[in-house]
Design a protein around this ligand. Sequence first.
Ligand SMILES: [Zn+2]
Length: 397
Amino acid sequence: MQHYPKGKEQADMGRIWGRRIGRRVLVFLLVSAMMMGFVQPLAAESLEDLTKRSKDIQNRQDKATEDLSNFRDVEKEIEDAITELEEQIADAEAQVTLKEAARAAVEVKVKEAQTRVDAKQADVAQCQKVMRSRANAQYKDGNVGALELLLQAKDFSDLLARAEYLKRLEEKDRKELNNLKTSKEQLESEKANLAAQMEAQETLKNEALQAKAVLDEKTEEHKGALAENKKRQDELAREIDALEKEAEEVGEKIKEIQDQSQKEGSSAGNGSINTWPVPSSKTISSSYRTAKRPNHTGVDVSAPQGVAIVAAGDGDVIISGWGGGYGNYVVIDHGSGMSTLYAHMVAPGIAKGTKVKAGQNIGKVGSTGNSTGPHLHFEVRKNGKDINPKTVFSWLP
Ligand SMILES: [Zn+2]
């Protein structure tokens, strides 16, 4: 089982992929060359070669299917991460909107405060203007105003009274001006506070915007990884299709050889498969073409090493030899296009060309070839193509 780490090891995955695909392309080209007759004429391929190739195709199909499944898992993880990021982005956007609304509200208050400050400033200016004009009247304009008021005094006490009146008038003006100035300063300080609040909201809004930008970038990265992942899934799907086609072609060639032997009347069987190949065990460790192993073309019967394997029906031993994945294996042709295959035998099984009866010993359970422990890999084939052994042995899981 290959594990594909998320994120930073994408590049490594890419490299591993490149290598694997490269090797496959080479195998494909070699097989194509063989099929086209450049390396070896088609007719010279024996049943052993074909079965071996069939097993090799199956192994590659298993691998590609497992890889595809892994990529689908990773795809799901990336999609979940994107969903989560999109939720976080929505939160960040809500924050931006909130802070912007708060800032705008404070801005309105700042403008109101400014209006009040301006109004107060106008009052101050008006007051100063009044005072100036009165002073001018008193000291510069000799015809009117304070000077005239004083000059028109009837006597000294009247003069004093008039002077006192002018002094109080001036004091009143000054007090009013000071009040106006204080009031304006208060308003200005209020406005400054509001402006500071506005700036704080602006900062918060910018922080939320920044957080959103980071999340956006992360989402884009994930989407890129997702696109790459989907591209590889497509490549794998195409490869699986190609392998499936190749497997079919191999099966067809097996059928041709069987047809030939039938035409020559050399078949010992009548097409009947009726005997379970491991009399001492009915324990199935892996079934035919499961979801997890869609390219597993037989059933695995677990049994201790050395236990007897018997012919599943009358027939001719058409293959007995070594196959890369199958190890020591035997194929029996039962006639009528039916055949059975027995793989991973501990030692070479019954000789090719032997005519066998159902239940007759043909070899012993082992773990040769592509196997992790003693078991019999048992296949039933019809016209060269694997079929579910359950169609013959209905009790199978
Ligand atoms: Zn198997």
